[in-house]
Design a protein. Structure first.
Length: 97
């Protein structure tokens, strides 16, 4: 009886560790990478009310490609995407619109 119990406990331990590793790998993958078309559409929404739309879209696209996200709305909400919020230009101001 003891060898059966020891074997089943060992098998349970191996199975549970592989399940935990796969669960950790799924969460470590991060958010899905947006397709280039989705960056274009998200930046189009983000820059819809900008005074200089071409420049806004150019910088937004750079930030979207680096950060893989764009905050919602036309202004603010940068806490939704910390990478986007924390990118700075050479003058120390926000790089991303």
């Amino acid at each position: 009886m003891r060898p059966v119990l020891a074997t089943s406990l060992l098998l349970l331990l191996v199975l549970s560790s592989s399940f935990i590793q796969s669960a950790i790998a799924d969460t470590a993958a991060g958010p899905p990478i947006p397709a280039p078309n989705s960056c274009e559409s998200m930046c189009g929404v983000r820059c819809a009310k900008a005074g200089y739309q071409k420049r806004c879209i150019r910088y937004c696209m750079m930030c979207c490609n680096d950060c893989k996200c764009v905050p919602s709305g036309t202004y603010g909400n940068k806490s939704e995407c910390p990478c986007y919020r924390d990118k700075k230009n050479s003058k120390g101001t926000s790089k991303c619109p």
